[in-house]
Design a protein around this ligand. Structure first.
Ligand code: BGC
Length: 374
């Protein structure tokens, strides 16, 4: 309710400022320039994709980006497009009109992301692809994790855990993320296959089903998994679930089939529900991507770009990222390292400062104590 009111108000101001900014366009001495930023003082706009495909955007990205910019004394406007591509584009237009110098976008899909990049570059606004790269787009920068490694770590940890349980020739169902919209999901899947396919070829493992949760629409994960499980006659030893939210849906289905806790399931993002599933033994692992590092890197890069300083002076080492859709796309990337979290090292998430023990253990105190977390 209040969000809506605020959004409308912000849009109104943005529209007004947009006119002012346009009026000053062409003058080398307009107000926004002499004051070193937009009339509202907002220098950086951030747009996150949704709040439903992962807990990360609310738990980690938004507060950590806000903290990074606050510490740096830079005014940033951070919004979430709620999985609505036209809303994403209109937020971007408002921010561009408001006079931001840099847009940090975590897009819903590459085509709409590339559209926003075009509008931004037409207005002289620099773009950082945040977490999800827009292949075929025009952003100059990309900050994310090594996403292929995420997939490899998921599959390898699952294989190791199945081996430790003594499961011979495990039957695996793969629950891919939004490979139709997100290159990260394509890379998670690719990395997982790099580990699993040689085992399949050696007759040591079976991938019986592979389902896609299109558009990262997690509401479709439970029906898709039910279908895969039914097609398997109710048999499954391991599930490569692309993230914790998909894993949660899989666990829900397994609970109804009396199989919860008997199947090794992967995940990703280390939000509270995912970590709780790991601690209670319903999920074998999750991936911890230290979003603080990602938010800090994106904010440092954005600040260097707003000031027009060399990005290397911000202490960042970027390397060229190959865009398979557009080889001429010159995009400089920073890819951070993901980490594996199992029941044995949930504490690492706490040590990194991402969550407190109290937040992780709320409602599962006894299991936390048993796992040495308290
Ligand atoms: C992110 C994951 C997230 C997924 C769904 C991916 O692009 O890298 O962390 O779980 O999108 O939002």
């Amino acid at each position: 309710m209040s969000t809506l009111t605020r959004r409308v108000a912000v849009t109104g101001v943005a529209a007004l400022i947009g006119v002012t900014a346009l009026a000053g366009c062409g003058s080398s001495n307009n107000n926004s320039k002499t004051s070193g930023g937009s009339s509202s003082g907002v220098q950086v706009g951030v747009i996150l994709p949704d709040t439903t495909s992962s807990t990360r955007y609310v738990t980690y990205d938004k507060p950590l980006l806000a903290a990074a910019f606050k510490t740096a004394g830079i005014k940033a406007d951070i919004q979430n497009a709620q999985n609505d591509k036209s809303k994403f584009a209109s937020i971007a237009q408002s921010m561009i009109g408001e006079g931001v110098k840099v847009l940090i976008i975590d897009s819903i899909d590459a085509a709409s992301g590339a559209g926003v990049e075009k509008s931004a570059s037409d207005a002289g606004v620099k773009v950082i692809d945040y977490d999800r790269v827009n292949l075929g787009g025009s952003a100059g920068y990309y900050v994310s994790f090594d996403n292929e490694l995420v997939g490899r770590l998921q599959a390898q940890t699952m294989v190791d855990q199945l081996k430790a349980k003594g499961v011979k020739k495990p039957n695996i169902i793969m629950m891919d993320g939004g490979t139709d919209v997100d290159n990260n999901a394509v890379l998670f899947k690719k990395g997982a296959h790099e580990v699993l396919d040689p085992l399949v070829a050696a007759g040591k493992l079976v991938i019986s089903q592979e389902a896609v949760v299109k558009g990262w629409n997690v509401a479709n994960a439970a029906p898709a998994f039910t279908q895969a499980l039914t097609a398997n006659g109710g048999k499954v030893d391991g599930v490569v679930a692309a993230n914790d939210d998909i894993a949660g849906a899989v666990i829900g289905v397994l609970k109804n089939s009396g199989l919860a806790g008997k199947v090794v399931i992967t995940g990703q993002d280390s939000g509270v529900p995912g970590l709780q599933n790991v601690i209670t033994g319903l999920q074998g692992m999750t991936i911890f991507k230290d979003v603080k590092q990602e938010a800090d890197a994106a904010s440092k890069l954005a600040i260097a770009l707003t000031k027009g300083t060399d990005v290397s002076s911000a202490g960042l080492t970027l390397t060229k990222f190959d865009d398979p859709k557009l080889p001429s796309h010159n995009i400089q990337a920073l890819l951070l390292k993901p980490a594996v979290i199992t029941k044995a090292n949930v504490k690492d998430v706490v040590t990194a400062g991402a969550l407190t023990v109290a937040a992780i253990c709320k409602g599962i105190e006894a299991q936390c104590t048993a796992a040495g977390l308290s």
